[in-house]
Ligand binder design. Structure first.
Ligand SMILES: *[C@@H]1O[C@H](CO)[C@@H](O)[C@H](O)[C@H]1NC(C)=O
Ligand SMILES: *[C@@H]1O[C@H](CO)[C@@H](O)[C@H](O)[C@H]1NC(C)=O
Ligand SMILES: *[C@@H]1O[C@H](CO)[C@@H](O)[C@H](O)[C@H]1NC(C)=O
Length: 393
């Protein structure tokens, strides 16, 4: 969703942008990858490759720890495993590692760590980008889960998802119910299934979704915000500009959509974020979310009536059957989260059969990105996460 807004603004701004924007020097943490950050903050991380049933090669990071069961972290849209370690000492990955947990951090297909396939070339085969949160759930999360269980010899794991990372769990649980037992507990931070109560400006961006999709199709753009691509370069140029970068990008652009609390994500932290976010993703991913928002249904991808009949046997795509997503689930929600809206999460809560906890963050201004980047997470969020992990270990 955020990326729609970014696209609009880039479209408007690109003409006006020129080489006068000189990036300030970036902090070290903006440049280190997951492994580098992990080492810097005291833990050696291993890199594993997981191959999905349909041939995507995903990078999975592992910070080894003695506690059982293992804990899997899954990121949101246009994000990577880095999101859970960006805050260094105050990040979730390092906090869990310091507590002795066996931490695994996944990367879904298409992001910079998982831009690989056994046959398809992401640079030349558009079919590489033919995926949405559906495939992230049905194939990526399934493969990652099986890999972690096999590697650890455990029967089940605990899992934490943020935003799209939660959608992936809801999809897997409802499409492949045999997977539910593999999750001892799933903690959903800023859960996203229904997007029926969006408000401006996200709702406007969503309404423009199908139109933007047509434009991208016409331009043959399947991959959005490639690491080395023009959009990312433009963003870096504009956003790193000393005086206006924070105002324009953080307040006006990147976070207008996803939402943040300026007290929790301070200007000094912004360049670090920009070194890691937004990461690449597919056109189809955003279109699928736009469909969910516009139809007010958490349903499979809508290919149009003809193709839908071929694929699903119906003119309209079927709903994800959330009643089948029986894994133990804790929903953690921010009152000021304008993407994962409280009313939408309440409806999700009503449909999911095995909610073990529904927790509304006490902080009134708690927002979407505060769950991964907020500077007070060690006091406000992590104790709660750790007590849930303990309770269901
Ligand atoms: C992380 O960075 C290190 C050092 O630059 C490099 O050796 C390693 O391959 C990188 N890992 C990934 C997964 O990009
Ligand atoms: C399971 O783990 C063992 C070693 O722990 C490894 O040899 C085997 O290839 C793994 N299987 C899969 C499907 O990853
Ligand atoms: C979220 O929406 C409310 C209105 O419902 C608004 O007051 C608030 O400023 C919005 N928060 C953000 C971070 O956009």
């Amino acid at each position: 969703m955020t990326v729609y807004v970014i696209y609009l603004v880039i479209a408007v701004n690109s003409v006006a942008t020129n080489a006068l924007f000189i990036p300030r020097s970036l902090p070290e943490d903006a440049l280190l990858n997951f492994t580098g950050l992990s080492e810097k903050y005291g833990h050696k991380a291993e890199e594993h490759s997981v191959v999905t049933e349909d041939g995507y090669v995903l990078t999975l990071f592992h910070i080894s720890g003695k506690r059982k069961p293992p804990v899997l972290l899954l990121h949101g849209i246009h994000d990577t495993a880095d999101t859970y370690i960006l805050r260094g000492k105050s990040s979730l990955a390092i906090t869990l590692a310091n507590t002795g947990y066996d931490v695994w951090a996944g990367n879904t297909r298409g992001n910079k760590y998982s831009r690989r396939h056994i046959k398809l070339n992401p640079d030349t085969d558009p079919t590489f980008w033919d995926y949405s949160f559906h495939e992230h759930g049905v194939y990526d999360l399934a493969a990652i889960t099986d890999y972690v269980l096999n590697a650890t010899g455990e029967q089940s794991l605990q899992s934490i998802g943020h935003s799209e990372g939660t959608t992936n769990h809801f999809v897997l649980g409802s499409q492949r119910p045999e997977y539910n037992d593999k999750f001892r507990l799933f903690i959903a931070l800023a859960p996203v299934a229904f997007l029926s109560n969006l408000i401006l400006p996200v709702s406007a961006a969503t309404e423009l979704g199908p139109l933007i999709n047509q434009v991208l199709l016409a331009l043959k753009i399947e991959e959005l915000i490639n690491e080395k691509g023009i959009e990312k370069n433009l963003l870096d140029l504009i956003c790193n500009k000393e005086d206006i970068g924070y105002e324009l990008c953080f307040k006006g652009l990147i976070l207008q959509g996803a939402g943040y609390d300026p007290k929790r994500i301070e200007p000094e932290f912004f360049p670090t974020v920009l070194g890691h976010y937004p990461a690449a993703g597919s056109r189809k991913s955003l279109l699928h979310y736009a469909q969910v928002a516009l139809s007010k249904r958490f349903a499979l991808f809508d290919y149009g009536p003809e193709e839908n009949i071929k694929r699903y046997g119906f003119k309209v795509p079927p709903d994800y059957n959330l009643r089948q997503a029986t894994m133990k689930t804790a929903l953690i929600v921010g009152r000021n989260d304008n993407l994962s809206r409280v009313r939408d999460v309440e409806y999700l809560r009503f449909l999911l059969p095995n909610i073990v906890e529904y927790h509304l963050m006490r902080q009134k201004r708690w927002n979407h990105l505060d769950f991964v980047w907020g500077n007070d997470m060690p006091e406000t969020l992590f104790p709660h996460i750790v007590s849930l992990l303990e309770k269901y270990s």
